[in-house]
Design a protein around this ligand. Structure first.
Ligand code: G6P
Length: 613
């Protein structure tokens, strides 16, 4: 989704802003722009990549020590040079960048047109900057007051940064439901959609809250007020733990490959200090604190979107199987608009890598209105979901830059596994010996995952065999059914091959009609409990000349003989299987996408962090 960067201070703003926009590229976008203030605004916008913008600007004038930049992911109006941000007011005194959606823009636009405003673009954002101009001129207000009053008239979600060329010493930023972070340097300030453009300049940040407006100036002063004009006395300054190396590719061609390979470490980090198999304990912040409520909950509702929803499905299997807890897994976007039955003895688990997904945030607010306990499992530290949930745990996977989620998924599953085990132990729903076996095995997972990664060459070879397919089918049962969904999603997202994930037995109710020699069928066959049933499903595919790629446990003989290709992964306890079996599927999609010439880290039309509904 859209990315914002702004700077004011003693340094040249343009290189800082361009570097910042490059850092934000991972969020997904289709055009980019900058406005640098130097008496007047030097404003440049371009459809395409930040590199296209840089080429376009080339030797044009960019000097100035304050400015704003934006990467746009189109909502209102096609991606083109005109609709790209920044947008200017009608009198060219103001420039504004925006992430979010102004829902009542059509009404506001009509009213402004009646006042004589003329619009150049099709965007909701241009309406907002004209509204600010109108209110500022009519009431002769300083920029921050005009912004504040304008925002009281707006329905929708926004993070904005505004500049006024007549008042060049300040930047004004505001947020409602879209993130905005302020970086505090030596007599300089940064504003950005997340901390990635800021971390190389300063580690001190303030996360703006919903309904807050910040003014920062060149004298190193910052003032934050609510939209009702109440001053925030001492804004909380966070210390970023993010390291700059975490934002670099570290020798890999793509972030996705780096992130796939980081998983033995990130799973280890997710468990660090939280589990001790020798001593037989799991300590998960929040779960311990609310253990009475959680153990007695009438049910768990897990909410998320995309890959996080798939992790939630695995959570359902884990919590039911181990903790004997009733679970429902919901797409956050559906949950929020139904009239769901949520009671105060329910626990809602919100899963989100970014912690900013608009639908997940809205589902949390709904659950909180119904007095349910909301537990967040989130990767991005300080994100909105991390801050509004009642309790929660970070997955500590570090920045995930590739749009296709990999290490965040296995991190989420690791946390859900620990949560299920902790509750199972407290509720006495599994035997002590099984509990200990699972703890020991969980600690072994990073080592076993490193062995899965050794299969990369073999998987690359298989990728070459199937890279030209138009369709693919992923099948799995039990714990591996959500893995099949996730494998199919990975392929779709980055290689643009149509793929579907199915419970293996359901294949007979539809997808079997599609199977022929051109259809690769990826079957995850590591389940011990349903091995014979999966073996029959593989036979059914082979009988229809489908090409079978089987993910099997080490030493497998039966299915490996039937399959065209089989990828062996280390054996493990069944509830832990997804942590290993998903990784060959991540690698398979990666190689196929690279072979098809796709931009793996920034697939078309996708956004990393979906901050609009
Ligand atoms: C987008 C991303 C996915 C992600 C989903 C949910 O679609 O491209 O990778 O799974 O949003 O995001 P979240 O940050 O809430 O996990």
């Amino acid at each position: 989704m859209c990315g914002i960067v702004a700077y004011i201070g003693p340094k040249e703003a343009y290189p800082i802003i361009i570097k910042g926009l490059q850092r934000l590229e991972y969020r997904g976008y289709d055009s980019a722009g900058v406005a640098i203030l130097n008496g007047t605004f030097n404003l440049y916008k371009r459809k395409g990549k930040v590199s296209d913008l840089v080429d376009f600007i080339n030797a044009k004038k960019t000097n100035g020590t304050s400015g704003i930049g934006h990467t746009r992911w189109a909502t209102h109006g096609k991606p083109d040079d005109t609709n790209a941000h920044p947008h200017t007011s009608g009198d060219d005194n103001l420039v504004l960048v925006h992430n979010g959606i102004i829902e009542n823009y059509a009404v506001l636009k009509r009213a402004l047109e009646n006042e004589g405003h003329v619009f150049k673009s099709e965007t909701d954002t241009e309406v907002l900057v004209h509204l600010i101009q109108e209110i500022q001129t009519r009431e002769n207000l300083p920029l921050e007051d005009a912004v504040r009053i304008s925002l009281t008239k707006v329905i929708g979600a926004y993070a904005i940064v505004v500049m006024d060329k007549r008042d060049p010493e300040k930047l004004v930023g505001a947020r409602k439901q879209s993130p905005l972070v302020i970086g505090i340097g030596e007599d300089e300030f940064f504003m950005a959609s997340d901390a990635t453009p800021i971390v190389e300049h300063t580690k001190q940040v303030v996360y703006l809250n919903d309904g807050e407006i910040a003014v920062v100036n060149r004298n190193g002063e910052m003032e934050i007020k609510t939209i009702e004009s109440n001053k925030i006395q001492r804004p909380y300054v966070h210390q970023l733990e993010l390291q700059i190396e975490q934002l670099e590719k570290g020798g890999y061609d793509y972030f996705m490959m780096k992130e796939i390979h980081e998983q033995p470490k990130t799973i280890g980090d997710a468990m660090r200090g939280r589990i001790n198999a020798d001593e037989g304990w799991i300590r998960l912040g929040g779960v311990d604190e609310y253990s009475a409520k959680m153990s007695k909950a009438s049910r768990f509702i897990i909410a998320g979107c995309g890959t996080s929803w798939h992790a939630g499905l695995i959570g359902e299997y884990l919590l039911e199987d181990l903790a004997r807890m009733p679970v429902e897994v919901e797409y956050a976007s559906e949950l929020r608009y139904r009239n769901p039955i949520i009671n105060e003895d329910d626990v809602v688990v919100a899963l989100s890598q970014s912690g900013e997904t608009a639908d997940t945030l809205a589902a949390i607010e709904l659950a909180q209105k119904r007095n349910a306990l909301v537990y967040g499992i989130v990767n991005v530290v300080g994100s909105s979901i991390a801050r509004i949930t009642d309790a929660g745990s970070y997955i500590h996977a570090g920045p995930e830059i590739g749009v296709a989620s990999t290490k965040a998924f296995t991190g989420q599953v690791t946390l859900l596994t620990m949560m299920a085990l902790s509750l199972a132990h407290k509720r006495g729903t599994i035997s002590e010996s099984y509990y200990h076996r699972l703890l020991v095995e969980l600690e072994n997972i990073p080592g076993k995952l490193a062995k899965v990664l050794e299969k990369a060459k073999q998987i690359e070879y298989i990728a070459r065999e199937i890279k030209d397919a138009n369709n693919a089918l992923y099948l799995g049962r039990g714990y591996n059914f959500p893995v099949a969904l996730e494998g199919a999603l990975k392929l779709k997202e980055i290689s643009y091959i149509h793929a579907e994930g199915y419970p293996a037995a359901e294949m007979k109710h539809g997808p079997i009609a599609l199977i022929d020699e051109n259809m690769p069928v990826i079957v995850i066959c590591t389940n011990k409990s349903a091995y014979d049933k999966i073996a029959s499903n593989v036979q059914e595919v082979k009988a229809r000349k489908g090409m079978v790629i089987a993910i099997v446990a080490e030493g497998d003989e039966e299915i490996s003989k039937m399959a065209d290709y089989s990828i062996e992964i280390p054996d493990t306890e069944e509830p832990l299987t997804p942590l290993l079996s998903v990784v060959p599927l991540q690698l398979l999609s990666y190689y196929i996408a690279v072979m098809r010439g796709c931009n793996v880290d920034q697939p078309r039309n996708l956004a990393k962090s979906v901050t609009v509904e």
